[in-house]
Design a protein around this ligand. Structure first.
Ligand SMILES: Cc1cc2nc3c(=O)[nH]c(=O)nc-3n(C[C@H](O)[C@H](O)[C@H](O)COP(=O)(O)OP(=O)(O)OC[C@H]3O[C@@H](n4cnc5c(N)ncnc54)[C@H](O)[C@@H]3O)c2cc1C
Length: 379
């Protein structure tokens, strides 16, 4: 493998503590959390205590002031641990940066320290029952009433939704008819009267992730809770999306690497016709193909991460990474499951969980079809 060059000794020390945290405090609870369809709320506070939330937020607002390599380490270690329940990366690396990059000083002081300690769990609500890919067509409205907006509508498939305390809601505040100019982002506290949450949705995978529906019935949101400026919502969303898509590429490569590792171990220990499965030429070639493809994907993703660090990652680069790496993840994990035979279909084997969890990677963060649409526009 081409050596990775992004990590300093501090990053590597951080990786060790994150790895220990997942092994000792997350993995042992997996079955219980899958069954209840959400992680225990106190895990958020524990992650905050250990400094694992909002690592890229400056310390004056409660974060660690780290670069996005720390965020990457957290995502990779979660993938290596085979966990899909904790929504730390969405909270720390999507929701918090919106507040950091576009929020007022008052908003930053009020929300970011609470997010960094885990006192508040963050979510972002774009998708609606009738609108996903076509974000400009959202129906949720926020209508001016004195110093407040009155928010009405609903959202679906919201990661961290059930345990959330603070949600960035994409809502229509204007009526120009030009979708992008009518959209604003509002910081909405889930304790507000009129805000209700559905039960966590029953998904095919990611069972411990508390993805749910949110409903707004005449929720009063103070105007000071608009992020950036009214009508700038779409512009802000576009600015953040490249990094958000790279995050999916990062977890895709790491998740597929973990699957390959499990498969290597399994095929070496399982004997068929008197020899290990790993000794058959078909197995060796499949494993070699997967290793080669992942090595190529890894180099591309690390290069994109370098561009993130210098704020130069382009929309098409990120779309390429998201689409190609999540497709690769699906292909690799499916091949790995096949090499496990019937055991690959049993949930007690990590490959089975990886297979069901991986499917969403091609859908959320903008579907892979939308990624190809974005890439084609740059040709
Ligand atoms: C586990 C999970 C977690 C999620 N978390 C969140 C979250 O935290 N916040 C949030 O807001 N949303 C979240 N989502 C929603 C996710 O982002 C949407 O499901 C996704 O953007 C697709 O929207 P949709 O489901 O409405 O599909 P649709 O937009 O209805 O698409 C249906 C099909 O049409 C295709 N299609 C659409 N437009 C085009 C086009 N122009 N050209 C070609 N094909 C097209 C799509 O690719 C897809 O195959 C989550 C979803 C899942 C599954």
């Amino acid at each position: 493998m081409i050596p990775r060059t992004l990590f300093t000794a501090e990053h590597e020390d951080f990786r060790k503590s994150v790895r220990r945290f997942f092994a000792e405090e997350i993995v042992p609870h997996r079955e219980a959390w899958d069954a209840q369809q959400h992680i225990d709320r106190k895990v958020w506070n524990r992650a905050g205590e250990l400094g694992f939330l909002c690592t890229a937020i400056p310390d004056e607002f409660g974060g660690m002031g780290g670069d996005r390599v720390y965020s990457t380490i957290l995502m990779e270690e979660q993938s290596y641990a085979g966990d899909s329940g904790v929504g730390f990366s969405l909270h720390s690396d999507i929701v918090a940066p919106y507040i950091m990059n576009f929020g007022s000083v008052e908003q930053k002081k009020h929300y970011l320290p609470k997010m960094a300690t885990g006192e508040m769990v963050g979510a972002i609500a774009m998708t609606e029952p009738g609108t996903g890919s076509d974000l400009q067509s959202v129906k949720t409205t926020a209508v001016t009433d004195g110093d407040d907006y009155i928010l009405n509508g609903s959202k679906i498939f919201i990661t961290n939704g059930y345990l959330s305390d603070l949600v960035i809601v994409v809502a229509k505040t204007g009526n120009t008819g030009e979708g992008s100019k009518d959209i604003s982002l509002l910081l909405v506290e889930t304790a507000s009267p009129g805000f209700t949450k559905g039960k966590p949705l029953k998904k095919i995978g990611m069972h411990a992730q508390d993805t749910c529906e949110l409903f707004f019935k005449d929720v009063r949101v103070p105007k000071k809770n608009v992020l950036g400026r009214e009508g700038m919502g779409f512009v802000m969303l576009m600015q953040e999306l490249a990094w958000e898509r790279l995050m999916i590429a990062i977890t895709s490569i790491a998740g597929a690497e973990a699957a390959l590792k499990h498969t290597l171990e399994y095929t070496r220990s399982r004997k068929v016709f008197g020899k290990p499965v790993a000794a058959f030429q078909n197995t060796k070639f499949k494993l070699a193909e997967m290793k080669a493809e992942l090595a190529i994907g890894r180099v591309y993703v690390d290069r994109c991460l370098e561009l993130v660090l210098t704020k130069k990652l382009g929309v098409d680069d990120a779309a390429t990474a998201k689409y190609w790496c999540s497709d690769l993840m699906g292909k690799v994990i499916d091949e790995c499951l096949q090499l496990h035979g019937g055991y690959g279909y049993m949930l007690e084997y990590p490959i089975a969980r990886a297979w069901i969890d991986a499917r969403a990677q091609r859908i959320y963060g903008g579907t892979n079809e939308i990624m190809k649409e974005l890439i084609s526009r740059t040709m």
